[in-house]
Write a protein that binds this ligand. Structure first.
Ligand code: SF4
Length: 131
């Protein structure tokens, strides 16, 4: 007997990372084009899967060059997750940026990076080098 393909219509499988349960959520496209989500156990998972499917975001971490700092680079991150499709643009903007020491943890070093509603902030203090 021929086995029925249960995966028909599944266009992506997303592992929910909102809690340690790690539900697998299947994204399916119905014949009429409607997209549905199956396998989540709670609404937080459904919201996560929708976000991840339609407009995935990521936490960007990297470093920025520093003038007159005790170190030449400072670790930075976004203050809110940024759209995955904007990561390249954000990295380019960061690569062209140089900031002046002293810097305090949490200082905004680039506002609205890549034109998004998030900022690049310092992940640590960085004192100015003494002359
Ligand atoms: S769907 Fe709900 S229960 Fe499942 S991993 Fe996500 S948050 Fe946890």
């Amino acid at each position: 007997m021929e086995e029925q393909c249960e995966d028909r219509g599944v266009i992506e499988t997303i592992r929910c990372i909102v809690c340690p349960t790690g539900c697998e959520i299947e994204v399916k496209e119905m014949p009429d084009g409607e997209v549905t989500f199956e396998g989540y156990t709670c609404n937080r998972g459904l919201e996560y899967a929708k976000q991840e499917f339609f407009a995935p975001k990521r936490v960007l971490t990297t470093t920025i060059r520093v003038r007159n700092g005790l170190l030449p680079l400072i670790p930075v991150r976004v203050d809110k997750p940024i759209l995955k499709e904007k990561l390249d643009e954000a990295f380019q903007e960061i690569a062209l940026t140089e900031v002046d020491a002293p810097i305090k943890m949490g200082d905004i070093l680039i506002e609205h990076v890549a034109g998004e509603n998030c900022n690049i902030i310092a992940s640590r203090d960085l004192p100015k080098v003494e002359d």
